[in-house]
Design a protein. Structure first.
Ligand code: ZN
Length: 142
């Protein structure tokens, strides 16, 4: 289900390509999800949490194959309350062994399950951001 990245609502719109004669759906337009619209929140990125979680699982498995241990950072795209559009940020995963460099890490979570939960919009809990895509996992910050 494709939802608003902030409120999680399904009353959303985005740009698609249709056959102008038959009005048949062909594909989502360029940047359709990042240029979405929610009936309640206005112009916001849209997201499909199920798809994002599937991407996370795939990249996590690739990382584990390659490194044999869980990644410490996720580089991902987030949507944030009161910020227009999406931004790329690092999220720390796991127990902190030492203080994280200030300003480099946007948020932290305990494990893979907790990280995947961040893909589901949840303003009610006080969390004001949603992970809308995963770029990469890493052991270190750049
Ligand atoms: Zn919304």
């Amino acid at each position: 289900m494709i939802v608003c990245s902030l409120c999680g609502g399904t009353d959303v719109k985005c740009v698609v390509v249709v056959d102008p004669n038959t009005k048949e759906f062909i594909e989502f337009g360029y940047n359709a999800f990042s240029d979405g619209k929610c009936e309640y929140c206005g112009n916001v990125p849209l997201t499909d949490p199920g798809e994002v979680q599937a991407d996370i699982d795939r990249l996590w498995a690739e990382h584990m194959d390659k490194h044999g241990e869980a990644p410490r950072y996720a580089y991902c795209c987030i949507a944030r309350l009161n910020f227009e559009g999406a931004e790329r940020r690092f999220i720390h995963i796991g127990e902190s062994q030492y203080p994280e460099p200030l300003g480099k890490v946007f948020a932290a979570c305990t494990d893979l399950q907790a990280f995947k939960a961040l893909t589901v919009p949840d303003l009610e809990s006080g969390r004001e951001f949603t992970v809308i895509s995963i770029e990469a996992f890493s052991m270190k910050l750049p």
